[in-house]
Ligand binder design. Structure first.
Ligand code: PLP
Length: 482
């Protein structure tokens, strides 16, 4: 495809995207396909001859759209907001158009320096410590893995340059809670600590946040048994209930044991743009690293995850490689992001964040975040004041965790009388909401019983959409008018 053909097809594609975005509210939220249905509509072999663009676009419409769950739908209340602001979509397109190769500073100086600048803009907007430096990773899962690798090397005095973990005399331990995202235990295991050395610290039964006294006891017990505490991962906004681990109380304990503190603020990081939500990050200045996904609630299209570190020199020492073909005269004067993570080749991810921030502006983003927080509070009020319904966790952010608890299955005091019946009821009414196509919500296990997460924050979701959802939930659970 040459530039002129690209121009014509590109205009058509942009028109298609604009029309598609405008009609999302008319589409069912949940993808309407069964397993294998999309693949079954595609030829088994790659084309030998070039196809006209119109045919590709037609398949995008007829095969791909029905096979996509409409995350940008005003009725999307599932997993977490994964907003893809149109400004950031343009930035992503510009990044692809440039076709830049991010392997060293020299291979694309702008790729590195725009990333440094936008990471700094966001650090400042979130009022994270001024000395921290940021890098864009593909996801918070990678951010956590990188942090735990850096923690391992700090605890072992760069054991990677000797016999690695296999040569350590004492096992290194990592601390988090059962409510942390699954990427946290995964990172601990992949970084070589081993499942046996991963501790799930008890949480407060009401807030689901890590209990500092339980962390202190776990640390004492491990040290007494000859183990070496290496890292604690504190969640600021857990996936299940948006619980906030008390970083300010965790940091002094970690200091005592010279442990690394990684803060997983994948979803909640965006709320730090709001001065009234800055409490979420109390104590964060004592942490070593923090991951925050602009590709969630902030609205920068996937994949765009920030990892901030307090000591970039340490990270670079752990991650750096210097093959001869990548060396240059400016090494030492510039940032080489290849040494801040695992992959060598990097996309120009910073452009979508740069476009997003410039085309929307921080004030518009803040107003949207405030709208979502207010909508969550409104829904929580409706739920808690309606008989038979319960809000199951503090509404710290934009997620409401709720359950319909019919009489006979749950007692008047809230005791579950028949857990199987309650689980079957919950899963059944959630299924009927999702099958309706009008909204999508996510069931999740909370302390062993199914609950429902309503995660508010899709870019087009307004109060009227949350009101509609609340009616739909009551209808589906058979409680309307009771
Ligand atoms: C709290 C939390 N941490 C980490 C992750 C993983 O993020 P990513 O998909 O960017 O790896 C998620 C994703 O939902 C999350 O909610």
């Amino acid at each position: 495809m040459g530039p002129e053909e690209f121009r014509a097809a590109g205009h058509e594609l942009i028109d298609w995207i604009a029309d598609y975005r405008a009609r999302i509210p008319q589409l069912p939220v949940q993808a309407q396909v069964g397993p294998g249905e999309v693949a079954g509509k595609l030829p088994g072999r790659a084309p030998e001859e070039a196809e006209p663009f119109g045919r590709v676009l037609a398949d995008l419409e007829s095969v791909v759209v029905p096979g996509v769950t409409q995350i940008q739908h005003p009725g999307f209340f599932g997993w977490f907001p994964s907003n893809a602001s149109l400004g950031s979509v343009l930035g992503d397109l510009a990044a692809s158009g440039l076709g830049a190769l991010g392997i060293t500073w020299q291979s694309a100086p702008a790729l590195t320096e725009v990333e440094e600048v936008v990471a700094e803009w966001l650090r400042e907007l979130a009022r994270l410590p001024a000395s921290w430096k940021g890098v864009i990773q593909d996801g918070a899962s990678s951010g956590c893995l990188v942090a735990l690798l850096a923690a391992r090397e700090r605890a072992t005095g760069y054991g990677e340059a000797r016999g690695g973990l296999q040569a350590e005399s004492a096992p290194l331990t990592v601390y988090t809670t059962q409510h942390a995202h699954s990427s946290v235990p995964k990172a601990a295991v992949l970084a070589g600590y081993g499942q046996d050395n991963l501790r799930f610290v008890d949480v407060d039964p009401v807030t689901y946040a890590m209990r500092p006294d339980a962390l202190a006891s776990a640390l004492e017990a491990d040290v007494a048994a000859g183990r070496r505490p290496a890292a604690v991962v504190a969640s600021v906004g857990t996936t299940g209930t948006t619980a906030v681990d008390p970083v300010a109380q965790i940091v002094p304990l970690a200091r005592q044991y010279r442990m690394w503190v990684h803060v997983d603020a994948a979803m909640a990081g965006s709320a730090l743009l709001l001065p009234e939500m800055r409490w979420l990050a109390d104590g964060v200045e004592g942490a070593d690293s923090l991951a925050w996904n602009p590709h969630k609630w902030l609205g920068t299209v996937l994949d765009c995850s920030l990892l901030y570190v307090a000591d970039p020199d340490h990270l670079v020492r752990v991650m750096s490689t210097s093959p001869s073909y990548l060396r240059s005269a400016v090494d030492g004067q510039v940032t080489q992001y290849k040494d801040w993570g695992i992959p060598l080749g990097r996309r120009f991810r910073a452009l979508k964040l740069w476009f997003h921030l410039r085309l929307d502006g921080a004030e518009v983003i803040r107003a949207r975040l405030r709208r979502d927080l207010a909508n969550a509070r409104w829904l929580a009020e409706q739920v808690s004041s309606t008989p038979g319904w319960r809000v199951l966790a503090p509404v710290n952010l934009q997620t409401v965790v709720l359950r319909h608890e019919p009489a006979g299955v749950v007692s008047g005091t809230g005791a579950v009388l028949d857990a199987d019946a309650l689980n079957a009821h919950t899963l059944s009414w959630v299924d009927s909401v999702n099958a309706s196509g009008a909204a999508l919500i996510t069931p999740s296990l909370l302390e062993g019983t199914w609950s429902v997460r309503v995660s508010i924050g899709a870019e087009p979701t307004e109060r009227r959409d949350v009101e509609k959802l609340w009616s739909l939930l009551q209808q589906a659970a058979g409680s309307l008018g009771t």
